[in-house]
Design a protein around this ligand. Structure first.
Ligand code: 5GP
Ligand code: ZN
Length: 119
């Protein structure tokens, strides 16, 4: 999948529309959150806007309220997943930063101790 992928052939748009199954753990009018299929921590949830934006920067410009909703969804997910010890929010932005799906998404990672730098 390339950075030029549009909504019509976007994997995460298909999760929003229900055309592709996902283990959805949280939903709002503007966001959907589902478990990552290749989890990197005991809790690894992706929170995405319902609208298609290629990355978090484009989302922040196009729908700043929805960008804020991602953080509130992360707060709710951390609570429901029992991540009181702490959790990590990640936006890989651009291929060099390991973005592989070009529909904006926030990784919510928790349930284990984290290290730094992230690699
Ligand atoms: P990125 O590398 O773009 O920041 O993160 C994309 C994430 O999407 C990866 O962690 C990958 O495991 C996850 N992913 C890719 N395809 C699917 C899918 O079809 N279903 C789910 N649940 N996760 C996916
Ligand atoms: Zn999309």
């Amino acid at each position: 999948m390339s950075a030029e992928t549009g909504p019509e052939d976007c994997l995460f748009c298909k999760i929003v529309s229900g055309d592709i199954d996902a283990d959805v753990v949280h939903e709002t009018a503007t966001t959907v959150a589902f478990r990552d299929r290749n989890p990197q921590a005991p809790t690894h949830v992706l929170v995405i806007p319902r609208s298609h934006y290629a990355n978090a920067a484009d989302l922040a410009v196009g729908e700043p309220e929805t960008a804020a909703h991602l953080f509130d969804a992360a707060r709710a997910i951390a609570e429901q997943e029992g991540l009181g010890e702490g959790y990590r929010l990640v936006f890989n932005t651009g291929a060099a930063a390991h973005q592989t799906v070009f529909h904006a998404h926030m990784h919510v990672l928790g349930g284990r101790a984290m290290t730094w730098p992230p690699g």
